[in-house]
Design a protein around this ligand. Structure first.
Ligand SMILES: Nc1ncnc2c1ncn2[C@@H]1O[C@H](COP(=O)(O)OP(=O)(O)OP(=O)(O)O)[C@@H](O)[C@H]1O
Ligand SMILES: [Mg+2]
Length: 474
């Protein structure tokens, strides 16, 4: 039954809501469903219960509370009892606040009005998440995201942190950067990892077909629908659904998807009843959906739903020497597959790989290496084994470097603030740019950025404040 734990005992809920009527109704309903419910009117009371170590499996809290808010409760409960997931209940108007709650450490949120089945599913999910022991390092899904650059390290840290929540994630990045790998890693690191991972490419099919793929259809829903078929929201139950190229979805279907995500119920095409589903949604896009929303091509409200947490996957050209790390890895794999004794890259080949801009990112690099290994006749890949465009790449000269025939000014004489005579940025300017880059990758999370940067939080705040005072772009 719904409210039963694995060991047979009742699931213990801590319910925090200041409205006595709602609190009582919910308490009675949940008790009827077999839960053991402790009800509290204030965040402070709820926290005191948690801090006293009361046996609680899941916290359910209203967001708008007098005194300390539900948001404070999320943050403080995450500190005091990190093992206890918090579900936030919010009014329709305060989705923004719900997103804030997720960022503060809540496990999931439910919008009012909701029905009890939906709450049931959310509680079951939260309980399951709590029971899951940590994975062994050997089958680390993050290992697939290769590279040593700070950009990829920050990405891995972010993926790991975000995997713990059940909120929707929007993965943004150019083609071939590894968006699907990120989605798979999110799934593999989450409590849902034993459930299915289902991906659908929203750009690849016409609207009507996509709708029936997503939500299923009943028998006779349209000509050719000789049998009922469950949709992906049903088939991904207990797991993760990747909506790839979500930016290509038509506006009418966007409206349907929005409703389904709001209600957490989906109705099959031609069907009468809606069924709740238990799916974490990850969306991916190579488009700038904010631009698309501004241009009216993508619904802003759907974007907001999907982009509870945004993950930017950096392009390969922003990952420095990762190009070589990934190339060596691909080379070893391809050589083994082809049964060839190719052991590495020649320095000249490495130089070209570093100089090329990789518009197709990691996918293009993999194709390039596969082809090069097939062509290679020696023990090391040479520039001649690389495609012409890559072979032609030469290291870009530093921007604004004076041409060799103009007499160079003595850089120590013409020092202007921030820039020296050769147009090179100062260490401080570089630091500032890099710090902002890491902050972006960390989705604005300063604590995470500080960890990645190897700074304590206070030093990061001080730097940011100083730069803000000094003004100007990063
Ligand atoms: N950091 C990485 N380390 C190793 N392999 C990677 C990495 N990133 C991407 N790849 C590989 O590159 C290829 C493309 O990755 P993926 O399909 O995840 O990209 P994508 O961003 O979803 O691309 P698209 O926009 O074209 O759908 C895959 O073969 C993937 O395994
Ligand atoms: Mg993809």
């Amino acid at each position: 039954m719904a409210g039963t734990r694995e060991d047979g005992g009742a699931t213990r809920l801590l319910l925090v809501d200041d409205d006595p009527g709602l609190r009582e109704v919910l308490r009675a309903d949940l008790t009827d469903r077999g839960y053991e419910v402790l009800a509290r009117a204030r965040a402070a009371e709820g926290l005191a219960t948690l801090e006293a170590g009361a046996p609680i499996d899941v916290v359910i809290t209203d967001l708008n509370l007098p005194g300390e808010s539900g948001l404070d409760l999320c943050a403080r409960s995450a500190r005091a009892r990190p093992e206890v997931p918090v579900l936030v209940i919010t009014g329709h108007g305060s989705l923004e606040a719900a997103v804030g709650a997720i960022r503060a450490g809540a496990y999931d949120f439910i919008t009012k009005p909701f029905d009890l089945d939906v709450l049931d599913v959310a509680i079951a999910r939260a309980v399951r998440q709590r029971r899951r022991p940590r994975r062994a390092a050997a089958d680390d899904p993050l290992a697939a995201l290769g590279g040593d650059s700070p950009a990829i390290a920050a990405l891995r840290a972010l993926v790991e942190r975000v995997a713990a929540s059940d909120a929707s994630v929007l993965v943004r990045g150019e083609t071939g950067t590894g968006k699907e790998l990120v989605a798979r890693a999110l799934h593999g690191l989450s409590a849902r990892r034993d459930g299915p991972f289902v991906a659908i490419n929203c750009a690849a099919m016409p609207e009507a077909l996509l709708e029936s793929e997503l939500f299923g259809h009943v028998k006779g829903a349209f000509s050719g629908a000789v049998e009922a078929r469950p949709g992906l929201f049903q088939r991904a139950s207990g797991g993760t659904l990747l909506l790839d190229e979500v930016g290509d979805m038509s506006l009418p279907l966007q409206a349907k998807l929005l409703r389904v995500l709001q209600e957490r119920r989906a109705r099959p095409v031609g069907g009468a009843d809606e069924r709740p589903f238990d799916v974490r949604v990850v969306a991916a896009t190579h488009r700038d959906l904010r631009d698309a929303a501004a241009a009216g091509a993508f619904r802003a409200d759907l974007l907001f739903r999907l982009d509870v947490i945004g993950i930017d996957v950096p392009p390969l050209r922003a990952r420095g020497r990762d190009v070589l790390v990934l190339a060596e890895r691909a080379l070893a794999e391809q050589a083994a597959r082809a049964g060839k004794r190719v052991t590495g890259l020649s320095p000249a080949a490495a130089e070209r790989l570093l100089a090329y801009a990789w518009p197709g990112n990691v996918r293009e690099l993999h194709n390039c290496i596969e082809r090069a290994v097939a062509l290679c006749e020696g023990e090391r890949l040479e520039p001649g084994d690389l495609p012409a465009v890559v072979r032609a790449a030469t290291p870009a000269p530093a921007a604004d470097t004076p041409a060799a025939d103009t007499p160079a000014a003595d850089p120590l004489i013409a020092l202007a603030p921030g820039v020296d005579a050769a147009g090179l940025p100062t260490l401080e300017a570089m630091e500032r740019r890099y710090v902002h880059h890491v902050l972006d990758l960390a989705g604005g999370n300063k604590a995470l950025a500080a960890r990645v940067l190897g700074l304590d939080r206070k030093s990061l705040y001080r730097k940011l404040e100083r730069w803000q005072r000094e003004g100007g772009a990063a």
